[in-house]
Design a protein around this ligand. Structure first.
Ligand SMILES: [Zn+2]
Length: 308
């Protein structure tokens, strides 16, 4: 059942830390064999949708403003020669980013598999199509930007999905991937704790037993490799701050499996670590990919740390 070879670079995979965890020794792509449980009572009921929306809003608001500014800076002039530029938001969830992109002048279409969440996005004035990428698209539809905000790491067959994106990009178009980075301090700490026998944080980083677990953890090398396999290349890379003070407690509390004392302890620990975390590599990276042959990693355009 486990693919024996890396989807991005075709190297033989190695066993990871957990029985469901795999590592590519060549490009560094990490993957899991965890299975989604969308619509299944047990896992879905663990997350309170309202609490989650409140919890994630402050950090997402901040990050999405940055993301849009970067996109407008990186998007080639060739894109959308006849304005407005068309933007596809895959897994648009509550429509926060889609609404911001529309306000910035993009002609926005969202795709969202969860009907209840799609309804919330529509209430925000976002044009949403129910379903999955790319099946929800019509023949011949193309875009100047296709954005995956915390989505691509949940999509099975990531290289196929990226290839479908390349096929849907117009001239000068960009695929924007905003995803957790395996080099981030949270992920590294969780991996260390697993080795010490504390398994919860690592399982949490992969969203094990949650409705939509993580199937991949990327870094610059594995993303460049996956992009190359899909006929894309890296145009620019940025890093987003993962942790904002506002909304942090709500963010920790949205998982109902944590008791109040445990949540409080985690909150206190995060507060104490905040100044240190700001000095470390960020947990979230944003990759801007364009159609074309692979290029070598270009440090001149990367590693610009966002300031909180
Ligand atoms: Zn690989």
């Amino acid at each position: 059942m486990t693919p024996a070879r890396c989807e991005a670079c075709d190297a033989p995979l190695r066993a990871g830390l957990a029985p469901w965890h795999r590592r590519c020794p060549s490009c560094g792509l990490e993957s899991s064999t965890l299975t989604p449980a969308i619509g299944e009572g047990g896992a879905a009921a663990r997350i309170d949708e309202d609490a989650r929306e409140t919890a994630l809003q402050p950090i997402r608001d901040h990050n999405f403003d940055l993301l849009l500014r970067w996109l407008l800076g990186v998007l080639p002039a060739a894109a959308g020669a006849a304005p407005p530029r068309r933007l596809l938001d895959v897994g648009c969830a509550h429509g926060w980013f889609a609404a911001k992109a529309a306000a910035a002048g993009f002609d926005v279409l969202g795709i969202e598999p969860d009907a209840a969440i799609a309804a919330r996005a529509e209430a925000r004035g976002v044009r949403v199509r129910a379903g999955y990428f790319p099946d929800a698209l019509e023949a011949g539809e193309s875009f100047d930007a296709i954005v995956f905000n915390d989505v691509l790491e949940h999509v099975p067959g990531v290289v196929d999905a990226m290839r479908a994106c390349r096929d849907r990009l117009g001239d000068g178009g960009l695929l924007v991937v905003n995803a957790p980075d395996r080099r981030g301090p949270f992920y590294r700490t969780a991996a260390l704790l697993w080795r010490a026998g504390v398994r919860g944080p690592f399982e949490r980083m992969w969203q094990k037993d949650m409705p939509s677990p993580h199937l991949y953890y990327f870094d610059d090398a594995s993303m460049a490799q996956a992009a190359a396999a899909a006929g894309l290349r890296v145009r620019a890379t940025r890093r987003l701050p993962a942790l904002a003070l506002r909304g942090l407690y709500a963010r920790i509390r949205f998982d109902r499996s944590l008791s109040a004392p445990a949540a409080l302890l985690l909150y206190a620990g995060s507060l104490a670590l905040l100044p240190v975390l700001r000095l470390l590599p960020s947990d979230i990276s944003v990759w801007f990919l364009e159609p074309g042959r692979s290029n070598s990693h270009t440090p001149s355009t990367v590693d610009r740390q966002a300031t909180g």
